[in-house]
Design a binder for this molecule. Structure first.
Ligand SMILES: [Zn+2]
Length: 267
């Protein structure tokens, strides 16, 4: 064999070995300690929860679309010194049970936020042997004006006093337009069907006694108690109930304060 053939054979052999080595390397698994970039999905995943205490359970969805009333709405004060807020717009729902329908006055409405509690309260009162009827709910400003004008007229007829004095007397029992809780849609007058008079005799009826004892559990307060006339500016009305929601009603009951005093205690 010539020398050149030997060299050529060696080179071919070396080339075959090199190719075999390269093929072996390319088939080997890739092992690296370099950081692997996360996939886009991983970078967008939410961080792991870091809560150390169990979160409170989510409230069950309400079957009603009516949103919960705000605390600010429930605590809105309307009295002889505080008028109905100008921007106030009640969302009204008609009450067709336990109502005293008077044609010229029309149907009785309340703000939707108190509808369920009101009906539940009257159902419970009825089941307990009471005979409750709503004789007033939401009033428009114009209707309150008409009631007030009528009252002033009656006072003048009965006492012969001048109109200014008559308005002052009338305001003790019929709110001056713009200062009636009935314009909020959060107040109702409830009477006993067996005693259909808006006077202090209501407190002797079983219906009122039940309501005064239990209204708090349904989010209502007896708004004008007998011993708070100077603070509320309104005579004792054992028939006028104001909705503030169950939580606040329980707080007010436990405090023993009337609404004005309770609000004062918060400030
Ligand atoms: Zn009333």
């Amino acid at each position: 064999m010539k020398t050149i053939d030997i060299v050529l054979a060696f080179l071919i052999f070396a080339l075959i070995l090199t190719c075999a080595a390269l093929l072996t390397l390319s088939a080997a698994p890739l092992v690296s300690d370099a950081p692997v970039s996360p996939s886009p999905e991983e970078t967008e995943a939410p961080p792991a929860p870091t809560l150390t205490t169990r979160p409170s359970p989510s409230p069950a969805p309400s079957p009603s679309p009516t949103p919960d009333p705000s605390r600010e709405k429930l605590l809105t004060l309307v009295n002889p010194w505080n008028s109905v807020p100008e921007e106030w717009e009640p969302e009204l729902t008609g009450i067709y049970v336990y109502t005293l329908y008077v044609p010229e006055r029309g149907e009785i409405y309340v703000d939707s936020c108190c509808f369920d509690d009101l009906v539940a309260m009257l159902d419970a009162c009825y089941d307990a042997g009471g005979n409750p009827y709503i004789c007033a709910g939401y009033r428009t400003h114009d209707y309150q004006q008409m009631l007030f004008n009528n009252k002033v007229k009656r006072v003048i007829e009965e006492t012969g006093c001048d109109p200014d004095a008559a308005e002052m007397i009338a305001a003790r029992s019929v709110a001056v337009p713009g200062t009636s809780e009935h314009e909020l849609g959060l107040a109702v007058d409830i009477i006993d069907w067996d005693y259909v008079y808006l006077d202090e005799g209501q407190e002797d009826t079983y219906t009122q006694q039940w309501l005064m004892e239990n209204c708090w559990d349904y989010g209502f307060i007896l708004r004008y108690p007998n011993d708070k006339k100077d603070i509320t500016g309104i005579i004792y009305e054992p028939w006028h109930y104001r909705y503030v929601g169950r939580e606040l009603a329980a707080e007010i009951r436990d405090s023993g304060l009337c609404f004005e005093e309770y609000l004062e205690s918060l400030s």
